[in-house]
Write a new protein. Structure first.
Length: 345
């Protein structure tokens, strides 16, 4: 972790030197000028208008610091505490009550469970409380032109953002979002907005900032387009043989040196059958056929590790954010919200 942090500081320092300073506008940098030329030739934007736009855009040092230390770098037992709070659970139940009809309709249409949709919104923005206070244009430009490790990705997102603003008739200087340029309650990146945002109430605009119906339908559509399997499981805990005598409420921690570790091979896509998982001296819940494919994942606790078998739908959640910590937080928050909800229409 320390070597990674040092490398990131070096990279950020090099980027800042290239821009003379880590704050200021980007219009006169070579990278921004090349981007402007591309937007003119590829999408027929007006060059003088883009130059005027970027004259008002600033490189933000705080954004560079934030992206160098994401929450996903935390161990699971610390990451979990951020999102599995009683306040967030209760707010999820409240969001469900306020939007029950829309959630039921969207779940019926798409097969994506209401608790998963709610949990995504809860993890991303606490149901709209924390949608971000950075100008999207500043965030994307900072990372596109001053963050070499992911410059290509953020230049693509900046391209999508300007196209989005043109079609949706937004002033590019006005929308606010996260330090990474994510927008609205579901924190869609511009490319995701253009691909997955839904105009649920058919008012002519996909409003993921203020319209809960559009937000709910857009999140569900994201999962549908990434092959969500309706009615299928997401994940279940597994334990190493020899833990049967442990207290029922004890964390499922696994002893070091078991042969199951050969299956902890990176990646997130299910890659071994349940029967193969059990052959590694792991105890599982048998509510699915033994030929079902799963992914064995390990989550670091304060003392040991916690093992889970993840299904295809868990993998789909990681398409929203490519972190198993994120997907597990969404899954566990959804389960907590469902258990707390109680009966209401």
């Amino acid at each position: 972790m320390k070597s990674t942090a040092v490398l990131m500081r070096i990279l950020l320092g090099s980027a800042c030197l290239a821009l003379v300073a880590c704050t200021g506008n980007v219009k006169d940098t070579d990278a921004a000028q090349a981007f402007i030329e591309q937007m003119v030739s590829k999408h027929q934007f007006d060059k003088s208008e883009l130059e005027d736009l970027f004259a008002s855009v600033e490189i933000k040092d705080d954004i560079l610091k934030r992206i160098a230390a994401p929450s996903e770098g935390l161990p699971w037992y610390k990451y979990q505490r951020i999102f599995l709070t009683q306040d967030r659970i209760n707010a999820g139940v409240k969001f469900w009550r306020e939007n029950a009809q829309t959630l039921a309709e969207v779940e019926k249409q798409t097969g994506v469970p209401a608790p998963i949709i709610i949990a995504i919104i809860g993890v991303e923005t606490s149901y709209g409380k924390n949608t971000g206070n950075h100008r999207i244009i500043d965030a994307l430009s900072t990372l596109a032109f001053a963050y070499p490790p992911r410059a290509k990705f953020f230049q693509s997102e900046l391209e999508h953002y300007l196209l989005l603003c043109r079609t949706q008739h937004f002033n590019p200087l006005e929308p606010l979002g996260s330090y990474a340029g994510a927008m609205g309650l579901p924190q869609f990146m511009p490319s995701s907005f253009r691909s997955f945002a839904v105009d649920f109430d058919r008012d002519g605009q996909s409003d993921i900032w203020h319209n809960p119906g559009d937000v709910i339908a857009s999140v569900a559509n994201y999962f549908v387009k990434h092959d969500w399997r309706a009615g299928q499981p997401i994940a279940f805990p597994v334990t190493a043989q020899g833990e049967a005598s442990a207290p029922a409420n004890a964390p499922r921690l696994s002893p070091v040196g078991e042969k199951y570790k050969t299956a902890l091979n990176g990646g997130l896509k299910p890659d071994l059958r349940l029967v193969e998982l059990e052959s590694l001296n792991l105890k599982t819940e048998r509510f699915v056929p033994l030929d079902t494919k799963v992914k064995l994942l390990s989550f670091k606790q304060a003392h040991g590790e916690e093992l889970w078998a993840a299904f295809d739908n868990f993998y789909v959640i990681t398409r929203y954010n490519h972190s198993p910590l994120y997907a597990m937080a969404v899954y566990q928050l959804s389960d907590a919200i469902l258990k707390t909800k109680g009966p209401f229409p």
